[in-house]
Design a protein around this ligand. Structure first.
Ligand code: UDP
Length: 385
């Protein structure tokens, strides 16, 4: 009798394991990602989108989903995400919207890279569950109304174009679940969005090593372009007579030259654009990161990357960084555009326990946490489509 009962128990456990396995298979999605049309992955021209895409792919693969990435020719995925299938498209790049007039019309060049990527994604997408678009542009958003495959948009910028914002408003009225944002403050730029889907961002923690260096130089990381406000960080470093290491691609040469002239010789150290591994090694030796954007930063990848290395951040209380930094615990939030306020907080930055910084990233912004949020959002989009 006992033997029969234990056999029955084992049988029930087997059924439970089998049904869990079946459920997992059912929940696995085939996702086709459209990359940024600004440059190939690895060029730095796509800004934070490049890293975000890589960590998401890694997170999704880790959860057993199938991921295809449609990207410009020469794109490279980081090692952890290179099991995704990469489809290359050739064509003429789009101009970034933050460097155009807000009221500009949409411009689609002949042999458009963006149009080519959309065409390819739709072709592959016929056999997939969903297309996930990373391109901040008009055409993929408009396609939402014109294809049967669900297409979700991870909006990577605050409102930078009148035409795109109007289109989002129109498409949102018909497909309210198809848009997600990195931060609440970014979403608030799109005033017509009620209860925005906010999914933060994610980082592959294994790629960032914690370093406990309180006496290193100051750091600034980002595209060297006016919306990033490097001049304010340079002013502060100059006032303190401290070295400021600057990492990132120079998108605007004349702007970079102007900043160079603001500083005494030896203050600014142009370090160029580095791959994540080299960047984090050097960044981790810095005593603080200065983050001084002039626009409503959607998220601020570099802030989290610094925290992941144990580097506290002094940032303007504006855009995504104001939702990331815990004032007094992982850094300080200075009055926007107020250089004296930056200086005051830099004086006390050594009070921050660098371990708090790393801990925040582990608890809030791992690629696994990010992928979980994205999967739950994409399931909603599929269901409501
Ligand atoms: N970055 C990099 N190497 C560098 C400097 C920057 O890989 O030398 C990357 C950084 O990792 C981040 C991106 O550039 O992912 C900048 O993203 P952020 O969200 O801070 O700003 P965005 O450029 O999107 O406005």
């Amino acid at each position: 009798m006992l033997a029969r009962e234990s056999l029955y128990g084992k049988f029930q456990i087997l059924i439970l394991i089998f049904s869990k396995w079946l459920r997992k298979i059912e929940l696995r999605m085939h996702i086709v990602i459209i990359s940024t049309p600004l440059g190939f992955l690895g060029s730095g021209k796509g800004g934070g989108v490049e890293l975000t895409l890589n960590s998401l792919v890694n997170g999704l693969l880790g959860k057993g989903h199938k991921v295809d990435v449609v990207a410009p020719k020469n794109s490279k995925l980081l090692e952890a995400s290179n099991k995704a299938k990469l489809y290359f498209v050739e064509g003429v790049e789009q101009k970034s919207w933050q460097h155009q007039d807000y009221y500009s019309s949409v411009n689609i060049p002949d042999n458009s890279l963006l149009a080519g990527m959309i065409e390819k994604a739709i072709y592959i997408g016929k056999k997939a569950d969903i297309i996930l678009n990373f391109a901040y542009d008009w055409l993929p958003i408009w396609m939402t109304l014109n294809i049967d495959i669900p297409i979700a948009h991870l909006i990577s910028m605050s409102s930078e174009s009148f035409v795109i914002s109007n289109l989002i408003s129109y498409v949102y009225s018909k497909h309210p679940y198809n848009f997600a944002f990195h931060s609440k403050i970014q979403a608030s730029d799109y005033h017509f969005i009620n209860n925005p889907i906010v999914i933060g961002n994610g980082f592959e923690l294994g790629n960032y090593i914690f370093q406990d260096c309180k006496n290193g130089p100051l750091a600034w990381v980002g595209r060297v372009a006016p919306e990033k406000g490097l001049e304010d960080a340079a002013y502060v470093a100059n006032a303190l007579g401290e070295k400021l290491n600057v990492w990132g691609i120079v998108q605007d040469e004349s702007y970079a030259l102007k900043i160079e002239k603001l500083c005494s010789p030896g203050i600014l150290e142009w370090k160029g654009f580095l791959e994540t591994d080299s960047l984090q090694k050097e960044l981790g030796t810095c005593r603080a990161l200065l983050n001084t954007p002039k626009w409503n930063e959607a998220y601020g990848n570099v802030v989290v990357e610094a925290l992941a290395c144990g580097v506290p951040v002094v940032a303007y209380k504006r855009g995504g960084p104001s939702e990331i930094i815990e004032h007094g615990k992982t850094g300080y939030l200075a009055k926007p555009d107020n250089k004296e306020s930056l200086l005051n907080y830099l004086e006390i930055i050594n009070k921050i326990d660098r371990k708090n910084c790393r801990e925040w990233v582990e608890n809030n912004a791992s690629s696994n946490i990010f992928a979980t949020k994205v999967v739950s959002w994409l399931n909603k989009v599929i269901k409501k489509n």
